[in-house]
Design a protein around this ligand. Structure first.
Ligand code: ADP
Ligand code: MG
Ligand code: MG
Length: 251
């Protein structure tokens, strides 16, 4: 049975339609990849699944774990088990990373624990990710590089253990160190949490190490193709031209 089912979803900002009649399903524990040219609407879809109030749904539904979440607030979706890593994570001055992590975990009945056990768990995950513990006292994301923000997201992912993680790649690209931590984080998530993954990425190096179940291609707000992992190699070689032409011909 499906974990996430998006059906007939159209959405956009107050004055601009962005997504058109999207159908997409992700089963429990599956790994899906969403690809498409810049500006296609990939990040918007991630934000709409998470319930970002910037975007309005004009038709269609988002169902998660048997519940219609189309009108739920983002915090309720988060509690239901959806995690979105932002392409541009917010900076929160005055809040040390450790306090932030402790707070978001204490809000979840299934993750509530003693301060000592929590600190141990954070230490374990950081060791596994080769992350420097000095991060913990820094203000959340303030002045962090793109790569450092991604590392913090991996730490959040492994602490929160969501049923579905939507990982949106940074535009800037990651250095080798950050790339390695993101890969380790994703592997640990797949192994320890058995969660589903929707990867929004161009980085085929990260994808090489994943067992991808399905690939989706988005062009100008439309999902125009869906296929097996081998589609990624095809896109690597040939780009999105054929998909763009196909959509133009059908309109
Ligand atoms: P992608 O992630 O595929 O590069 P986006 O989802 O970021 O694409 O953007 C898709 C389109 O929607 C772009 O034209 C972008 O400018 C527009 N868009 C996205 N979010 C907003 C917003 N908050 N306000 C106005 N336009 C937006
Ligand atoms: Mg897009
Ligand atoms: Mg994007």
């Amino acid at each position: 049975s499906e974990l996430l089912t998006i059906s007939g979803l159209s959405a956009g900002t107050e004055d601009k339609p962005i997504l058109h009649d999207i159908d997409l399903s992700v089963g429990a524990g599956e790994t899906h990849v969403l690809m498409g040219p810049n500006g296609a609407g990939k990040s918007t879809l991630g934000h709409v699944i998470m319930g970002d109030p910037v975007y309005k749904v004009s038709s269609g539904t988002v169902t998660f774990d048997g519940q219609d979440v189309t009108d739920l607030a983002p915090d309720r979706r988060s509690l239901a088990g959806i995690f979105l890593s932002y392409q541009a994570p917010v900076e929160v001055p005055g809040v040390p990373l450790y306090s932030f992590l402790r707070t978001i975990c204490q809000m979840r009945p299934e993750l509530k624990t003693t301060a000592r056990k929590f600190r141990q768990r954070v230490g374990q995950i950081m060791a596994e990710l080769d992350m420097d513990e000095s991060f913990l006292t820094r203000e959340l994301n303030v002045g962090f590089s793109g790569g450092e923000k991604k590392k913090v997201e991996m730490l959040q992912l492994l602490l929160l253990r969501p049923k579905l993680a939507i990982l949106d790649e940074t535009d800037s690209g990651l250095d080798v160190d950050a790339l390695s931590i993101v890969s380790k984080g994703i592997e640990a998530y797949r192994r320890d949490c058995d969660g589903a993954l929707l990867m929004i990425t161009h980085n085929t190096r990260i994808l090489e190490r994943l067992n991808v179940d399905r690939t989706h291609v988005m062009v100008r707000g439309h999902l125009v193709a869906e296929g097996p992992a081998s589609m990624i190699d095809d896109i690597d070689r040939n780009g999105f031209g054929a998909y763009e032409d196909g959509l133009a011909a059908s309109q």
